[in-house]
Design a binder for this molecule. Structure first.
Ligand code: AHM
Ligand code: MG
Length: 345
């Protein structure tokens, strides 16, 4: 990885430099990442104008997984499609907003990559001006023929060739990995450029933050309830001081914990046995980022997220993600409590 010290480095320059370290690279992934950066700028512009442009509010539709569709979700979803459909780099797309795969129109050339995305995650926060984000995941096509298929989308996260997110917060930041570290770029609105601001992000080995929606705890498995009780204990000898932080916007919660350390969890519950978060559009890409930054991402049931082979596009998965020691500790705690409960039954 090139050393950039305090030089101003645009995302274009950085991606190009990264490509040069892989002799034989065709440049297609590089161009695809440029396209992602362009989409991010388009969505960021609209998000920043949201209150002014009278675009806030719901469309009245319900998306593929039953959530209300906000106008900005729809705008973001279309922006991705408009930038990506004709470039010849993709063979198929999948979006959290669409029930099935999104085909590349007949008239355009097809490429070797698959793009899966959540165009605007945390959209229940839009009207309150809290952070929201876009999440993306890129796979290589694995089937024959030029058109991509569902099978191309249903690959385990370990096969992602790139993943990342854009956080629309006080500033807009794009964070991505191609499997060679995690790098963050902050949008300078006056230049219209993403500038390297967070090279080679490493998440702390342990942190004090824990993030979850405790309103769901009554419906959680007892071991999860006991884990959060344990996190709150004030006098345990091994206890580090903890703080709870929860926006309810995955990209914002994840990004904060990535930088500060800590753990985020969205377990299954009686009402939602697989939790709420989508494996392909949200969890797999963030898991790749997390592992690349030195953290861990598991389902809390003994499986590494990146090893899970999806069986459907909108599959949900329980999530326990964050600093390595915190995830290790949570897994050990859950296993011990489950053993106690199993012994009792
Ligand atoms: P969305 O994709 O419909 O926005 O839903 C996903 C969001 C995540 O950003 C966030 O982590 C989670 O939903 C919050 O859920 P809850 O409100 O149940 O805590
Ligand atoms: Mg989402």
């Amino acid at each position: 990885m090139p050393v950039h010290s305090s030089r101003l480095v645009t995302i274009e320059r950085f991606i190009l430099d990264e490509e040069k370290t892989h002799p034989g690279a065709s440049g297609e992934l590089t161009n695809l990442l440029y396209d992602v950066a362009l989409v991010a700028k388009i969505i960021a512009r609209e998000v920043n104008r949201a209150g002014l442009a009278d675009i806030l509010g719901e469309t009245g539709d319900v998306n593929a997984t039953g959530d209300d569709v906000k106008l900005l979700d729809e705008y973001a979803d279309k922006a991705v499609f408009r930038v990506m459909d004709h470039t010849g780099r993709l063979c198929v797309m999948g979006s959290e907003e669409h029930e099935g795969i999104i085909k590349i129109p007949e008239r355009f050339p097809k490429g070797k990559y698959v793009l899966l995305f959540d165009p605007l995650d945390g959209s229940s926060n839009i009207d309150s001006n809290a952070s929201i984000g876009t999440i993306f995941s890129i796979h290589r096509k694995v089937t024959y023929g030029s058109d991509g298929t569902v099978e191309d989308c249903l690959q385990p996260g370990s096969r992602q060739v790139a993943a990342g997110y854009v956080l629309y917060g006080p500033s807009t930041i794009l964070v991505y990995t191609t499997g060679h570290g995690v790098h963050g770029f902050t949008l300078d609105p006056s230049l219209g450029e993403f500038l390297l601001s967070h090279p080679n992000i490493k998440t702390p080995d342990e942190g004090k933050i824990y993030s979850c929606n405790e309103q769901n705890r009554a419906d959680w498995e007892p071991a999860w309830r006991e884990y959060t009780d344990w996190l709150k204990e004030k006098d345990a000898a091994t206890r580090r001081p903890r703080s709870t932080r929860y926006i309810g916007s995955l990209v914002g919660d994840f990004h904060r914990n990535l930088l500060y350390g800590g753990v985020f969890f969205y377990p299954g519950s009686v009402k939602r046995p697989q939790g709420k978060l989508r494996l392909l559009y949200e969890v797999s890409p963030l898991s790749m980022i997390c592992e690349q930054a030195g953290g861990r991402s598991v389902d809390g049931l003994g499986h590494r997220i990146l090893d899970i082979t999806p069986s459907e596009l909108h599959q949900r998965v329980p999530l326990l993600i964050g600093s390595k020691k915190d995830v290790d500790e949570a897994e050990a705690f859950l296993a011990a409590r489950r053993a106690v409960h199993a012994g009792k039954s």
